[in-house]
Design a protein around this ligand. Structure first.
Ligand code: MN
Length: 329
């Protein structure tokens, strides 16, 4: 597997536009200017080396240097498994029963199928383009495997899993499982007004874009968009909320963000919270992105293994509750 490459990056903030007018209108003008500003690049992160999770998931821990920090809030971590061929097998490939508390796991199958079963009684298989949005809340025990079908026949597998934090007041919510099928995810075409032609799409798994709203129910404001740019050199100007975290992952191809921020395959770019515009230009045809956006959760993070709480005491409690069998009821 070729490791990702970072072609270069820009840092700093773009020149602020001149604010005209005085006194009464100045503050409004500054706000309006901020609204129109492109989001500056904070980091360009090449994907770290992949490692095995169980025996089924060979993943790049994509923004591991910032995982579980406020810089990526409300997101905690993100694993991506690049396309990989698996031989037919009679064994179950993946990760056996394990607990989670205090956050959500979001799994997207790009190629092949993922199977999930949990202690609340949910069971499901998702295929290409489908999503599982699991809320661990106060506690769940689940297992994650390649589907029986994929294991038996063999084939290409590509997937990702994103961990989304829960606000303190929702950490002990009841566990929930949302299977989200491809057909239920709205797809907004990117249209060039010059020649009235599509040059890609934004699939809205969570949040909203140009009036289309994704099916995922979330506990804080989250945008999770699967983006295709079909044509090299045709930029898409995407409006994003000011004040939100924005992370853009290059799943395939390569990307130019703004004037010269280049992100190679399987790299991640983190944008500034200020500003509200991202100009995304494919450097190769059929560049595919995943945009993670969300309102930061301004609360302490205490994370250990499969538990993500606000304090060390809550981690100790989570461990005790799991050991005494109080999860998933
Ligand atoms: Mn898990």
């Amino acid at each position: 597997m070729k490791l990702s490459s970072v072609l270069g990056c820009i840092t700093g903030t773009p020149a602020k536009q001149e604010v005209s007018g005085t006194c009464a209108s100045k503050q409004d003008a500054e706000v309006a200017d901020n609204e129109r500003l492109p989001k500056a690049i904070k980091d360009v992160m090449p994907a770290p080396r992949p490692h095995w999770v169980g025996d089924g998931f060979f993943v790049h821990p994509v923004f591991s240097q910032l995982a579980f920090t406020k810089h990526v809030s409300p997101f905690l971590m993100f694993d991506y498994a690049a396309p990989r061929n698996f031989e037919p097998t009679t064994s179950r490939l993946g990760v056996g029963k394990h607990p989670h508390r205090g956050f959500e796991t979001v799994t997207i199958a790009f190629q092949g199928e993922v199977e999930h079963g949990d202690s609340v009684g949910n069971h499901g298989v998702i295929g290409p383009g489908d999503v599982q949005w699991m809320t661990a809340g106060r506690g769940i025990v689940h297992e994650e495997y390649h589907s029986e079908n994929l294991a038996r026949q063999g084939g290409t597998f590509e997937f990702c899993q994103l961990w989304v934090n829960l606000p303190k007041k929702h950490k002990m919510t009841a566990p929930r499982y949302q299977p989200i099928l491809k057909q239920d995810i709205p797809q907004v075409p990117l249209i060039s007004e010059d020649i009235a032609m599509d040059y890609g799409y934004v699939r809205i798994i969570a949040g909203s874009y140009l009036g289309a709203t994704g099916p995922a129910k979330t506990f804080s404001a989250v945008n999770l968009w699967d983006i295709l740019l079909t044509t090299k050199g045709w930029p898409a100007e995407i409006q994003l909320p000011a004040g939100h975290t924005t992370l853009i992952f290059v799943r395939r191809g390569s990307l130019k963000v703004g004037a010269k921020g280049l992100v190679g395959p399987q790299g991640m770019v983190r944008l500034d919270m200020a500003g509200s515009l991202a100009r995304l230009e494919a450097q190769e045809d059929n560049t595919q992105l995943l945009l993670l956006g969300g309102e930061p959760i301004d609360e302490p993070i205490a994370a250990r293994g499969p538990f993500v709480m606000n304090t060390q005491d809550e981690l100790v409690q989570a461990n005790a509750d799991y050991r005494s069998g109080r999860f998933g009821r």
